[in-house]
Ligand binder design. Structure first.
Ligand code: NAP
Length: 495
């Protein structure tokens, strides 16, 4: 099998990154020869020029996935498992290289990118283990006439769409359970971060994924490519991670063919610090929940509700930690905060901060755009933020921590739940009963109790309300890619 790396004839700033698409086991340029450039958001430097897929490429990819489906579904679970396990080993072996690609095209600091490689690899390992544990059920009808045999089968060819903020982890979190379940896939990465996905696809191929089982189309025209897949009549399922806005478009499209969907959408996480919380732990949790990925995470703490008795100390300590962070090109040593993804993303953050300040919020640190190239935004702490500020109802997606003092716990639960989103919430308290009570009352899919990190391959990740449908990871993660089939088998009379 030819590897992408040998086909990549173009000079790129990142050596050994594929520049073509993986379709039906062949690394191919776009049918119409179109290409697009991928840039480093820290410098504006062109990193690579890669295939810009269109409708014809999309059609070829879904046909390849459909053609490979039957054989892949029949491949022994252990064989599927071992391919995923080899991919796990290879991803870890290439950790530094994958991290550099990710940092270059997305901006996150190298240390965080390495952490994401490990996190992504764990999905490959987790689902390599789950591939051999797909089980069914066996029972008898109430009147004793029939056996009921319940089996699990792969859904069929799946459409996977990933965002730019965790380009490797979101790819692995979808590819691994789909392949483990016996589904073939077509995958479209975000326009801003296709290189990480292409590098992952090359690794999957090296690990032994057969031709047509994993197909990747890179494009600047997401609606055309994805609509072609949705209307192809060949795809049975779409798994999407991205904004709620685009998720709704895809849900409407999925209705036309009654396609199964998994939606991992936006968040607006409340971060509640009670009066009895350990402030050291709460500040540490806030740093993780806010600053991971420069705040460009669906799990980012968006609203920090801190009891008025400790809000002053909490805000001052958080501001000290935030202002000490090293901001710069994520590829450089010692950098802790990279650039935001692009000018639009940074402009939105600046507008939200300006709005909060205009309504009376106080800036403890940050809040001012730096000069120079790159889409940098300084770590920012706002305090005394009024509840009607726009950033209370908008996913900030940047390194901005708004602190809102509260006194009444019931009132803060009501305010925390007063949003269309429900992905994750955080609760900080030393009181076990209070921790459970608040966790149960928050309308979210996940709660971090005295921790700012909930993501883990062993846990079911996902949200309620407009944060999405379905779960990724954990024991139930593979269910998203399986269908039930039930066989009615009559029992012999007298048996
Ligand atoms: P986005 O704009 O919704 O894009 C996500 C993906 O959808 C990209 O691949 C994008 O392609 C594609 N897309 C855009 N418009 C489309 C259309 N009309 N039809 C089909 N596909 C389309 O989101 P993003 O800005 O990349 O990512 C940030 C969002 O993702 C945030 O809201 C964040 O909360 C959410 N997120 C959620 C989770 C979770 O697990 N819940 C995890 C990570 C991120 P292009 O890039 O080519 O436009």
């Amino acid at each position: 099998m030819t590897t992408a790396d040998t086909l990549d004839a173009r000079p790129t700033a990142l050596p050994d990154v594929p520049s073509t698409m993986l379709i039906g086991g062949t690394w191919s340029p776009a049918a119409d020869g179109r290409t697009f450039a991928v840039e480093n958001p820290a410098t504006g430097e062109e990193l690579a020029v890669i295939a810009d897929g269109g409708q014809a490429d999309a059609a070829r990819a879904i046909e390849a996935a459909a053609a490979a489906q039957e054989q892949w579904a029949r491949t022994a679970p252990r064989a599927r498992s071992e391919i995923l396990r080899r991919a796990f080993d290879l991803v870890l072996e290439r950790r530094d290289r994958l991290a550099r690609i990710m940092t270059a095209e997305m901006g996150k600091p190298l240390t965080e990118a390495k952490g994401e490689v490990t996190y992504a690899a764990e999905f490959l390992r987790w689902f390599s283990e789950e591939a051999v544990r797909i089980s069914g059920d066996h029972t008898t009808t109430g009147d004793g006439t029939n056996r009921i045999i319940v089996t699990r089968e792969p859904v069929g060819p799946c459409i996977l769409i990933t965002p730019w903020n965790f380009p490797l982890a979101m790819g692995a979190r979808k590819i691994a359970p789909a392949l483990a379940a016996g589904c073939t896939v077509v995958l479209k990465p975000a326009e801003q971060t296709p290189l990480t996905t292409l590098a992952l696809a090359a690794i999957m191929e090296e690990a032994g994924v057969p031709a047509g089982v994993l197909n990747v189309v890179t494009t600047t025209d997401a609606p055309t490519v994805v609509t072609a897949w949705m209307r192809s009549g060949k795809a049975r399922k779409i798994s999407f991670t991205g904004s709620t806005e685009v998720g709704k478009i895809l849900l409407r499209q999925a209705a036309d063919t009654v396609m199964r969907t998994s939606m991992e959408l936006g968040g607006n996480a409340p971060f509640i610090v009670c009066a009895d919380a350990d402030i050291d732990i709460a500040v540490e949790g806030a740093m993780v929940a806010k600053m991971r990925n420069m705040g460009e995470a669906c799990t980012a703490a968006n609203r920090m509700y801190v009891h008025r008795d400790i809000a002053g100390e909490f805000s001052e300590r958080l501001a000290r930690r935030m202002s000490a962070l090293q901001v710069g090109n994520g590829l450089d040593d010692g950098i802790e905060v990279g650039p935001l993804i692009d000018g639009d993303g940074r402009g939105k953050v600046q507008r939200l901060v300006d709005d909060a300040v205009a309504r009376g919020a106080r800036t403890l640190t940050g809040g001012v755009l730096p000069d120079g190239p790159g889409y940098f935004y300084p770590p920012t702490v706002l305090t005394e933020v009024p509840v009607d500020a726009d950033l209370m109802q908008t996913e900030i997606f940047g390194p901005v921590a708004p602190v809102i003092p509260f006194t009444d716990e019931d009132e803060i639960v009501r305010i925390a739940n007063d949003t269309d989103w429900g992905l994750v919430g955080y609760v900080f308290t030393r009181d076990v009963d209070r921790a459970f009570d608040l966790s149960e009352r928050l309308e979210v899919g996940m709660v971090g109790v005295n921790t700012g990190l909930v993501s883990n391959p062993a846990a079911p990740f996902g949200g309620v309300k407009q944060s999405g449908l379905g779960r990724e990871g954990g024991k139930i993660g593979i269910d998203e890619f399986l269908e039930y089939k039930y066989l009615a088998v009559p029992r012999r009379r007298g048996a």
